[in-house]
Design a protein around this ligand. Structure first.
Ligand code: SF4
Length: 250
């Protein structure tokens, strides 16, 4: 008993100082890409060919990167380090799909819910996590949020077991044909008003499974309130996105 208490005292307080402290992630985390159009000669399209998920397209011969498709493999930066540079920035969330397309413009942080939704969900948000054919990586990072390091519950955000007890859904995975009906039923079972979060490249765009006949994607009639890019999204990307959506950080 005493040993356990002494051990606990030695461990001290382990929950990270988020969002007040500036958190620097290890260099292996690539984070927000920066694209320097001025350094791109334009038109060679090698970056388009090297990207495994079709995340890069050319607009007026200059690359545009879709964060909703990017799996952060870093191949574009290896090919053209002067043009593609990853900043390590984990704040990647966006409210609209079109906001995930990155050219060389300045990045804006995601917007909060409208005032009525903020009033309802701002202090307490219960989410039902739907793993719709995911590989387990996005799900694992959601799980990590509930450990004492991140302590998601201190923000009033919790994952719950039933959509009937939830204020919204957090969807991971490309939504396989087998999961399409289950997702639909889970969405319908969640009381309105509700929030829908698409977490990870697969949920946003199909990711590496995009175009496969077994990939159904999130149906258009399910409106998405928050996009969390990554493969998988870092737990801080998820946490930051949710807290910004709720207006808890700006
Ligand atoms: S880092 Fe993203 S955009 Fe670059 S090649 Fe990999 S998947 Fe494509």
């Amino acid at each position: 008993m005493f040993k356990a208490l002494i051990g606990r005292l030695k461990q001290g307080y382990r929950t990270m100082d988020f969002p007040s402290a500036e958190i620097k992630l290890p260099p292996r985390f690539l984070g927000m890409p920066g694209i320097r159009h001025a350094a791109c000669k334009g038109g060679c399209a090698k970056c388009v060919g090297v990207c495994p998920t079709g995340a890069i397209t050319l607009l007026a011969e200059k690359p545009v990167l879709d964060l909703g498709r990017c799996i952060f493999c870093g191949k574009c930066a290896e090919l053209c380090p002067g043009v593609f540079k990853f900043s390590g920035e984990y704040r990647l969330a966006a409210r609209e799909r079109k906001e995930l397309f990155r050219g060389d413009e300045v990045v804006k942080r995601t917007r909060t819910l409208d005032s009525e939704m903020k009033r309802i969900f701002g202090r307490s948000l219960k989410l039902r996590q739907v793993s719709a054919g995911g590989c387990g990586a996005c799900e694992a990072d959601c799980n990590v949020l509930q450990t004492l390091t991140y302590d998601l519950g201190r923000f009033g955000v919790q994952f719950v077991a039933s959509p009937r007890h939830a204020d919204g859904l957090l969807i991971t995975g490309p939504v396989t044909q087998n999961m399409k009906l289950a997702l639909r039923k889970t969405y319908d079972a969640t009381p309105t008003p509700k929030i829908v979060i698409a977490a990870g490249a697969c949920a946003i765009s199909g990711g590496i499974y995009s175009g496969h006949p077994e990939t159904a994607g999130i149906p258009e009639e399910i409106p998405i309130d928050l996009y969390l890019p990554g493969c998988p999204p870092h737990p801080l990307t998820i946490l930051d996105g949710i807290l910004r959506l709720l207006g808890r950080i700006e």
